[in-house]
Ligand binder design. Sequence first.
Ligand code: AMP
Length: 402
Amino acid sequence: MTAAHRILVLNSGSSSVKYQLLDMRDSSRLAVGLVERIGEETSRLVHSPLAGDGGKRERTGPIADHEAALKAVADELASDGLGLDSPELAAIGHRVVHGGLKFSAPTVITDEVLKEIERLVPVAPLHNPANITGIRTARALRPDLPQVAVFDTAFHTTMPESAARYAIDIETADAHRIRRYGFHGTSHAFVSRETAKLLGKDPSEVNVIVLHLGNGASASAVRGGECVETSMGLTPLEGLVMGTRSGDIDPAVTFHLKRVAGMSTDEIDVLLNKKSGLVGLCGDNDMREIRRRIDEGDQRALLAFEIYIHRLKKYIGAYYAVLGRVDAVVFTAGVGENAAPVRAAAIAGLEELGLAVDADLNAVRADSARLISPEYARVAVAVVPTDEELEIARQTYALVNA
Ligand code: AMP
C-alpha cells in the first residue's frame, strides 16, 4: 500500500458539489460536505469533519461558480489538516453520469477522456456538463494528481444486445446512439456485491434483483456479478415509478400531448421528468408523507402507492424470468432502506416464486445489511444500504494502485 491513502470523491451537479474525503485503509470518512446554490447570492457550504471532535460548519454567501466552490471546499479541508496539497491524498474520484458505450470501467482522466465525456453531452444534457465542470476545476487545482471518472452507466455495459437495444430502426438508433444505457450503476454494483457477502457467497455465484428505490428509482438483474438487465434506458426516465418521473409509458403519450394537448417538447420533458411519478399522482414524492396520508384515509395517496407497488412487482416478476434462478431480491436507497410497507407490499403474494417477507424482521430499523425473509423462504429478501461514495472511492483507489 502506498503512503497516499486518501480519496476525495466529488459529485458535481449543475448548481451543487457534494464531496467526501475517505481514508481507504479502513474506508472511514474523514470529512463530508456539500456546496449548494452555486451561482446564487444564497450559496451554502456545509462541512462536517468526521475525524476528531470537530462539529458541523456552515457558511452562506455568494459562491460564484464551481471553481470558487471547490476552492472553498479545499479551504475547509485544509483547516482540518486535510488539504488537497497533502501527500496523503492519492486521487480524486469523480462521479460521471454518462459514460456511453466507451467507458465500461473507471478511467483515469486525460484530455482525451475528457473530450469523450464531452462528446456524450447530447445523450446526457442534464448531467454530464456539470460533471465536466467539476473535473476541469479539480484538475486545475491539482494538475499533478490522478483524477478518475467513475461512470453511472459502466456497470450496465455488460447487458446483452437483446436487453440494451430498443426495437426501433437500427440505423436511426445507431446514428443517434439511442439504446438503453441504465443509470445508478455504481449503486447496483455495490449493493449486488454486498448482497453476495451477506449470503456468504462470491458475487460470481449469485443471481440478484436489485431494487434501488430513492427519489430516482431503478431495478437491475445481476447474474453472477454482471448486470444483464436494468430498468432505466437512454435516460433515467424509463422504468419504475419514481418521486417525480413517470417511468414506463406508451411513447405515443408524448405525440398525443404534442398533437392534442398542444404541449411543446420542453413542456412534455418537464411533465414526465419533474411533475409525474408519485408527485404527479398525489402531490407528494416523499414516501413518509404518502404513508402518513394513507393512514389518514387519503385515497389519492393510496392510489399513488398502489401504482408504485404494481410497477415494482411487474419488474420483480420480469427480472425473475430474465434470470431464471434468483438467490436474492434486495432493497436499497431512501425508500428501499427505510419504507417497510413498500418492501412488504412489493413482495406480498409472491410465495410461489419462493419470495416472502418476515413482518418482524422487516420492521427492524437498522443501518446495516440484513435479511428480512423468513428462514424457510427459497429466495433471500434483503435490505442493503447503498454507498455510492464508498464505491467510487474504492474503484478510484483500486485503479490508481493498480
Ligand atoms: P434517496 O434519493 O435515495 O436519497 O431517497 C430519498 C427518498 O427516500 C425520499 O424522497 C423519501 O421518499 C424516501 N425516504 C427517506 N427516508 C424515509 C423513511 N424513513 N421512510 C420512508 N421513506 C423514506
